[in-house]
Design a protein around this ligand. Structure first.
Ligand SMILES: Cc1ncc(COP(=O)(O)O)c(C=O)c1O
Length: 430
């Protein structure tokens, strides 16, 4: 609706093209999937080599070469005691694998998660969906689960009391929850609480992994090594679905050791030759091209340019981020729109309209971006980590320019009215 529809037909590096030949700087990157950009030549080359060698794509009766290589590549890039990898094909599956391990190892069923957390939309992970709107149509849920506020230790401590909780699932930065950063020391302290309660800490790095926040894994900035680390999205290089759940051998054996338990977890399409080759090549490319470091420096550049360009903007409540994962929170501020609109109206409009409206303004200026899935008043910017300085500057300039329109309430209302009017004349067709 409102003219958003575009048929994207081609991608290369940080750029996408639509069926009418228009180009877009990709500031969405498949919600953090295209850290390498689109169709990285070395990645494609590796996949062609794999295909040319007549590989055995899936081996279900013994070790598969590709899966072994990926397990080894991952183990070499995480801290002990993380060592083993369970492979799957999507983020939701990989989080569920973590939940299952925790339940199987602790012989408990309950799960604690964070308000505002996002772990996918499969029925299993909907039990830990941090937005009631997304969960409610499917209740009652599969797992007994309880939400606690993100970043708060006392409610977590209370939730873990009684030693009945198998897993605490948390993201290092809540991406779809609105690019929410935890207070310093939160994750390490949460792990300590989990240890005392015999609970497994499952860290969901589906969106923050592979350099997105300025280090290869976001946990490296938090002074802990999670009990379970979940990866997906960018691990695929953006071409073949692959996801991973990393854990210690001790936790694995507690969960699945022994003849009566060894086959409790599996999936036909886990660990295929192409998927594993794509993931191995991606890990190498992230290292070789220094993408985590690029994310840190270019993320700081983007944040600085946006903070400067949006200073004093009457609708911008906050600009925050880590690495190339940046959020612009829209809503009521003390600086403007007072008198014209009430706080409730501005916040209500922000939650429902402004993020999407802004995404549309950006699209028309040649930038692809989206609001956070669970907080539509936060515009998320997460370009491929291969962007260069000029592209980052261009992104900041276009965002500031698009938001200029709503520095003045009257101009903004006119712009929205024009767009909605056009849609109305088309009979709300899309
Ligand atoms: C943090 C996080 N976890 C899990 C998922 C689910 O991944 P998938 O869509 O591959 O199931 C997402 C997807 O956006 C995510 O951002």
């Amino acid at each position: 609706m409102l003219g958003y529809g575009r048929v994207l037909v081609r991608g290369r590096g940080s750029w996408l093209w639509d069926s009418e030949g228009r180009s877009y700087l990709d500031a969405l990157a498949g919600y953090g999937t295209f850290n390498l950009g689109h169709n990285h030549p070395r990645l494609l080359e590796r996949l062609r080599e794999v295909l040319a060698a007549d590989p055995v794509h899936f081996v279900h009766t013994g070790p598969a070469l590709g899966a072994g290589a990926l397990g080894q590549a991952l183990a070499g890039r995480v801290a002990p005691p993380l060592e083993l990898t369970l492979l799957s094909s999507s983020g939701a599956e990989a989080v569920e694998a973590g939940l299952k391990v925790a339940c199987a190892a602790t012989r408990r069923r309950e799960v604690v998660y964070c308000q505002g957390g996002f772990h996918g939309t499969n029925l299993g992970v909907l039990s830990i969906m941090g937005a009631p709107r997304m969960r409610r149509p499917f209740e009652a849920m599969l797992a007994p689960a309880r939400a606690v506020p993100f970043g708060a230790l006392e409610p977590l401590e209370r939730a873990l009391r009684g030693r009945k909780v198998a897993a605490f699932v948390v993201e290092p930065v809540q991406a779809e929850g609105g690019v929410m950063l935890p207070p310093p020391g939160y994750l390490a302290a949460a792990q300590e609480l989990c240890r005392r309660a015999g609970t497994v800490l499952v860290l969901d790095e589906v969106q923050t992994g592979l350099g997105r926040t300025g280090t290869l894994w976001a946990y490296q900035q938090e002074g802990l090594v999670p009990d379970v680390l979940v990866l997906a999205k960018a691990l695929s290089g953006g071409v073949v679905p692959v996801a991973a759940t990393l854990l210690s051998r001790e936790l694995h054996d507690r969960a699945y050791g022994g003849m009566d338990r060894f086959d409790l977890h599996g999936s036909t399409f886990a660990g295929g030759a192409l998927a594993c080759a794509a993931a191995c090549a991606t890990l190498e490319l992230v290292d070789d091209e220094g993408l985590a470091e690029r994310s840190r420096t270019l993320g700081a550049r983007l944040l600085q340019a946006l903070t400067r360009g949006l200073a004093g903007h009457p609708l911008v409540k906050a600009v925050r981020g880590r690495g190339l994962l940046v959020g612009i929170e829209l809503g009521h501020t003390e600086r403007g729109l007072r008198g014209l609109m009430t706080r409730a109206l501005v916040d209500g409009l922000s939650e429902r309209v402004f993020g999407q409206w802004l995404a549309l303004e950006l699209l028309e200026r040649g930038v692809l971006a989206q609001p956070a899935a669970l907080r539509w008043n936060v515009l998320k910017l997460e370009p491929p980590l291969i962007v260069d300085e000029a592209e980052v500057d261009q992104l900041a300039r276009v965002v500031v320019e698009a938001l200029e329109v709503c520095r003045e309430p009257a101009r903004m209302m006119a712009a929205i009215a024009r767009r909605v009017g056009r849609q109305w004349r088309q009979g709300w067709a899309y």
